[in-house]
Design a protein around this ligand. Structure first.
Ligand code: GLA
Length: 659
């Protein structure tokens, strides 16, 4: 199985005569796949019930003649103008009650029964036509599905029904949400509204997120089932936005065959964040083998134009994705479009379609390197990590429901820990807390503020059986309804961590006169930020205390030996230097080894197949770096043997394997 390599292609934008020229250029760059069709509803169904597949039939045939397979997108992210004209009620309504309109994309309500019916119709027609169609190697459902935040009458009705199924009676809902506050108890589900006010209850908002997510997942599943009913073996994916998207991606992943992600790193400074996104995609995918279905290949448009990636940057992003577990690389997009809001968003080739762009030449070079990887069978190899970070959608939602908490950003706290592993080249998986984590030697569950009995039991069992578990501040504060625990903090986790917390301080906004809490740990001093839990030990022992002001009597970091294992509580957020010291030291204690010993700015990542190691070494700085190897290895890209010292130029990449 080769690595899938190609671009997102929009044949419907260009004259027919261009097809074979594009296909030839793609082939010459080493492409074996393109994604097409995901916004072409109007082309596939020019008016309701009349289908026309000619443009795409031709494109798929020409591409196939050039050895390029097609991932076909269902086009439902861009409802055509006839939908608006006939069924304006299918458009989303915003929180202020304003209905959205046709004129761009992603304006339809996933809950609306008519929109569902129209989506099913076009998907069914396409699935029937393209079942076993030569050249179609997979499908992508819709595009970048996310919570739709629609406040229409259908969402209201469906939300009430969803609540009724969840709680049974209004009384049970009132109790679960704590609706005595401001006298908000409802007497019947008809009294429930969508959370449209400026100060909604966090419980109300959290359930609205869950409801929307369920709608998105069922919308996705509906399309998957239609396609599979015509072609049961065809692989189906969806393009996630890990780290940005707010839908329950694990639930979405469970409805498809493999996960894809869209990656726009923008600049060098986001290298660790991009790595985190790959780890998330890998986690949702249940391991390596996900695809980058859109990978940035040049300058991009958001609110403004972002700069053109310098030479070697796209290559580095590509190898970083493969190192993180990607088996498919698809660049966004083949050719810059002449019209539309993305007209100044780069393609691999520019508006004039000339292959003389730097991007085309660089990507052609990457294609040649990928051909080398294919000889080794990198696709299908695994990423094996002994450590995991638990990153929960429910945790993220709960953080977002609390209106005033915007500065304590859940994903940022998770990434403080991720960066500690990343910079030390220690492999780490990022998984949902619901996934089995018992096999890991080290588990970090940062900002674990939502807990229930089942999660506490699983964490307790993990530590009891010898695992090392870390959590950070604010642990155990919420139950799954975003209602605060009445127990002493950290609530249900008190016993496992052997601590009690009676005081804490929010450091998100500091008055200049206030001293920041300072922590002394391992002969270094760190200022705490964002939050400080004032920890009192019951059975735990302090690893670090606060050293100043009123924080002084309290512990900041504690460890509780529990059963065969250990439960560590880190009561505040710290600058990166803290995690650079803390994570590698703890990993070492747990027997979790780095892939390589790398200098700052270089990371090593490992993929494994049949016992054979593939070590990617990525220099994400602009200066040359040297890595000292433990044993001689071969660099697959240069073909050279590296005895001890591997020299990498700025933005350089090596793929090392056994001699
Ligand atoms: C998203 C979309 C693409 C395109 C790019 C532009 O990822 O999926 O269709 O709009 O952004 O960067």
């Amino acid at each position: 199985m080769p690595i899938r390599f190609g671009a997102d292609y929009y044949p419907e934008y260009w004259p027919k005569e261009r097809l074979s020229v594009d296909a030839r250029l793609m082939r010459e760059a080493g492409f074996n796949v393109v994604r097409i069709g995901e916004f072409a509803w109007k082309t596939f169904e020019p008016e309701e019930g009349r289908y026309d597949f000619a443009v795409f039939d031709e494109a798929i045939k020409v591409l196939r003649d050039h050895g390029i397979g097609v991932v076909l997108g269902t086009p439902t992210a861009a409802a055509p103008a006839w939908v608006e004209k006939k069924y304006p009620e299918t458009n989303r309504v915003d929180r202020k009650g304003l209905r959205q309109h046709w004129g761009a994309r992603q304006h339809s309500c996933y809950t609306n029964p008519k929109f569902r019916e129209l989506s099913r119709n076009v998907v069914r027609a396409m699935a029937e036509h393209y079942a076993d169609f030569p050249g179609v190697i997979g499908w992508q459902i819709d595009n970048e599905l996310d919570l739709h935040h629609c406040y229409c009458e259908h969402c209201l009705k469906a939300f009430r029904e969803w609540l009724q199924r969840r709680y049974g009676t209004p009384g049970a809902l009132n109790a679960a949400w704590g609706m005595r506050f401001w006298g908000m108890e409802i007497g019947s589900f008809d009294e429930m509204l969508l959370p449209v006010t400026d100060y909604p209850s966090p419980s109300h908002v959290l359930d609205f997120y869950r409801f929307m997510s369920d709608e998105v997942v069922s919308y996705n599943r509906e399309q998957v089932e239609i396609i599979k009913s015509f072609d049961s073996d065809i692989p189906i994916t969806h393009n996630f936005m890990p780290g940005w998207g707010t839908v329950d991606y694990q639930a979405l992943a469970d409805t498809i065959d493999f996960v894809s992600e869209d990656i726009y790193p923008k600049d060098m400074t986001t290298f660790a964040h991009t790595d985190y996104q790959h780890a998330l995609a890998r986690g949702y995918n249940g391991g390596a083998g996900f695809w980058d279905m859109e990978l940035q290949c040049g300058y991009i448009t958001r609110r403004t134009l972002f700069p053109t990636p310098p030479p070697g940057q796209v290559r580095l992003w590509t190898h970083q994705a493969i190192a993180g577990g990607a088996d498919g690389i698809v660049y966004f997009r083949w050719r810059s479009c002449l019209s539309g809001i993305e007209q100044f968003h780069s393609g691999i080739v520019n508006h004039d379609a000339s292959p003389r762009t730097r991007a085309y030449r660089e990507i052609k070079g990457i294609g040649a390197e990928i051909a080398l990887f294919d000889r080794l069978g990198i696709a299908g190899s695994k990423v094996v990590s002994d450590a995991a970070i638990l990153r929960g959608t429910e945790q993220k939602w709960a953080a977002d429901t609390y209106r005033w908490a915007s500065a304590y950003d859940y994903d940022e706290e998770v990434q403080r820990w991720y960066r500690g592993f990343f910079r030390a080249s220690i492999g780490v998986d990022v998984i949902e807390p619901s996934v089995d984590f018992s096999r890991y030697k080290l588990v970090v569950a940062p900002l674990l503020h939502v807990v229930d009995g089942a999660l506490v039991a699983r964490l307790t069992e993990y530590v009891k059986s010898g695992g090392t578990l870390i959590t950070s501040w604010r642990a155990g504060v919420y139950n799954p309804n975003a209602v605060v625990t009445a127990e002493t903090l950290p609530g249900g986790l008190r016993h496992l961590f052997g601590v009690e917390i009676h005081d804490y301080d929010s450091l998100v906004e500091l008055t200049p006169a206030d001293p920041k809490p300072v922590v002394r740990f391992s002969a270094q001093t760190y200022s705490a930020g964002i939050w400080a839990d004032c920890i009192e030990c019951t059975t735990a022992r302090p690893l670090a205390d606060y050293t100043n002001s009123w924080y002084k009597p309290y512990a900041a970091i504690t460890e509780n030996r529990f059963g065969q294992g250990s439960a560590i509580y880190v009561g505040a957020a710290f600058p990166d230097e803290f995690y650079d010291n803390f994570v590698p030291a703890l990993a070492k204690r747990c027997g979790v080894k780095p892939v390589l010993k790398t200098p700052i700015g270089v990371i090593g990542k490992l993929r494994v197949k049949d016992g054979r190691h593939f070590v990617f070494v990525l220099n994400y700085t602009t200066s040359p770096k040297t890595v000292v190897l433990r044993r001689p290895m071969r660099d697959v890209i240069t073909g050279r043997k590296v005895r001890v010292r591997l020299r990498l130029p700025g933005r350089g990449v090596a793929l090392l394997t056994e001699l």
